[in-house]
Design a protein. Sequence first.
Length: 129
Amino acid sequence: MIEISCYYIHTDDEPSFIVFIKYEKYFKVILNSYRCIILSNDTFANIPNLNEYYLLSLFTTRKINDIELYNNKMIMMVKLDWKKIRYTDHYYEVAVNMKRDPFLSKEPERETSNKKIKKFVKNFNRYFN
């Protein structure tokens, strides 16, 4: 079963979000709608802080098995982390550009290259640490 969750943080610099699409053997991770990688479960477990944000995304996303698609955008309802101080009481819409519905797509067949994963982790650390 495919699960989709999102972690959204609002800071003074710029709001950022990370989307996790969990398949049986792989994770698809999207950072701010423009960086995307595919990770095996083992590689995902070995990247520092990514697991923590994944668990937080499960708590902050309203429905992990349901999304809305509108004009090639995946819309999820997510509680906002306000400046790493508190979580909001209500849900916000987060729109992520997607070419197709993740629930109708196949599971990825291979992992992203190590070079692209390192570049992604560098960007991830810049936004979330």
